[in-house]
Design a protein around this ligand. Structure first.
Ligand code: MRU
Length: 370
């Protein structure tokens, strides 16, 4: 087996980092090929994010800031001012790769503010500032995994307390696992936590057309980790909830705004409508790095639209009538009122309407701009 392969026994890692070196698992090639590729700097990082070689809101932010850490570890700067301008420009650029998930913006704004603050200090030098940036970027990996484990714990507990069954059946959408984060996952982390406690009867994952993050990536993780699971077509959700007696729907988030409206992978909104019809709880799983209290409602969220050929072709094979016009929004916004189970965060599970008040005491994505 080459270095590039992921052995079935190993923990899946989307991001491999040691100081000065960053590799990502190219998710465009999964599930048939597991190949890591080098990210040598910000340009590589931006392209990997844009092309969706790495995707998932937390992973996008981590790869973005680490791509800058790699570049910083190799470059010389004449002055603190030069270093500050460099960091500001690169972080601003990274924010432009994909607009909907807030995580990259949150990380960029926070690191920019930190760098500005450090530059103003008389006792700082180019070297201490550079080191501090690298440390902060590296710390995001561990913090993300520990947030995910906390969400897994809170989410599993809440679901078990609110469902009548001893073991639950959970449906999820898109990919929110180790491949979308630094490890463990958000919504898939909740499924993992239920499985670890022997409280998961079965997981169901949707294909997640058009990009198939469900069938290519989530199914891959579920098989890899031997979690009992079944793949269904996106159009089979209502039937599956009825026939398979699904207990709850648990999905991730790209941006949760102040009133609880949540942007997530296209198709999430209709899952929430269907869950409500069937009377089962619908949960969003979102670390506070995915929460944006600067925006009031979901109408303020920019929804990324992707190329038509992601809808009309699969691995270069035409699957739609040539010449047909396509509309390919990558995300949709689920209104807060449909998030009936709650929003699972690393600090606990909150109703959308209590999010603002509950998160008041935590350092979260509020009014800090570069
Ligand atoms: O377009 P993608 O694959 O980046 O979309 C990913 C999602 O919508 C996920 O649900 C979200 O980013 C949460 S990942 C923990």
């Amino acid at each position: 087996m080459s270095d590039n392969n992921v052995s079935p026994k190993m923990t899946l890692e989307a991001i491999k980092y040691t100081e000065g070196h960053l590799k990502i698992l190219n998710q465009l090639l999964l599930p048939t090929e597991t190949r890591y590729q080098d990210v040598k700097g910000v340009k590589d990082g931006w392209e990997a994010i844009k092309e969706m070689k790495v995707r998932g809101a937390p992973a996008i932010a981590i790869v973005g800031v680490l791509s800058l850490a790699v570049e910083l570890s190799q470059k010389q700067f004449e002055s603190k001012g030069e270093l500050l301008t460099f960091i500001q420009e690169k972080l601003e650029y990274l924010k432009t790769a994909r607009p909907t998930a807030v995580n990259m913006k949150e990380a960029a704004d926070r690191l920019c503010k930190l760098t500005e603050m450090l530059c103003e200090r008389n006792d700082s030098t180019v070297e201490t500032i550079r080191e501090r940036y690298i440390q902060e970027a590296e710390a995001m990996m561990d913090k993300d995994v520990s947030d995910n484990k906390n969400m897994g714990h809170h989410g599993a507990q809440h679901i078990l307390e609110h469902c009548s069954e001893d073991k639950v059946k959970v449906l999820t959408h898109c990919n929110t696992g180790s491949l979308a984060t630094a490890g463990y996952g958000t919504a898939l982390g909740v499924i993992r936590a239920l499985h670890d406690q022997d409280k998961l009867d079965h997981a169901y994952c949707t294909e997640t057309r058009p990009y198939n993050q469900g069938s290519r990536l989530t199914a891959y993780e579920l098989v890899h980790d031997k979690i009992p699971a079944t793949l269904i077509a996106d159009s089979a959700v209502s039937m599956a909830i009825k026939e398979k007696k699904i207990s709850a729907v648990v999905v991730g988030a790209d941006r949760v705004v102040a009133n609880g409206d949540t942007a997530n992978k296209i198709g999430t909104f209709q899952l929430a409508v269907v869950a409500k019809y069937h009377g089962i709880p619908f949960y969003i799983t979102a670390p506070t790095t995915s929460i944006d209290l600067n925006l009031g409602t979901g109408d303020d969220i920019i929804i990324e639209e992707r190329k038509q050929n992601e809808l009309t072709t699969i691995k270069g094979i035409q699957v739609a009538a040539p010449g047909i016009d396509c509309w390919n929004p990558a995300f949709d916004v689920t209104p807060a009122g449909l998030i009936t189970g709650g929003i699972i965060t690393e600090h606990g599970v909150f109703k959308p309407e209590e999010l603002n008040a509950k998160l008041e005491n935590y350092e979260i994505n509020k009014k800090h701009k570069c």
